[in-house]
Design a protein around this ligand. Structure first.
Ligand SMILES: [Mg+2]
Length: 105
């Protein structure tokens, strides 16, 4: 069951001949997440003013686009991967009371 959004991104990549190797897609994703971090760093004054944090919706969309594009290039079903991740966190909460991986150590 592939995520409809992943299909939309894949169709966009097809239509505009924008397919690229996964390594490129991973770097693109990192760059977009970096843009989110840069905006957050600036708006919160390096975390000193957390109440002033601003996350730009369009940059969040860019990061999501890149994540779906990476999943597409890797032939990974993003929706299935997300479901597996949620199940993992739920199991950790059930077992250790917290979702973090260090909670089970
Ligand atoms: Mg961007």
């Amino acid at each position: 069951m592939t995520d409809d959004r992943q299909h939309r991104v894949a169709a966009f990549l097809d239509a505009h001949e924008l397919h690229a190797p996964p390594a490129y897609r991973l770097l693109d994703l990192a760059a977009e997440v970096g843009e989110l971090a840069a905006d957050a760093t600036k708006s919160s004054e390096y975390g000193a003013r957390p109440d002033d944090l601003q996350v730009n919706r369009d940059e969040l969309g860019d990061a999501l686009f890149c994540l779906y594009a990476l999943a597409d290039e890797l032939d990974v079903d993003a929706g299935a991967a997300l479901e597996e991740s949620i199940a993992k966190y739920e199991a950790r909460i059930d077992d250790a009371g917290a979702p973090g991986s260090d909670a089970t150590e």
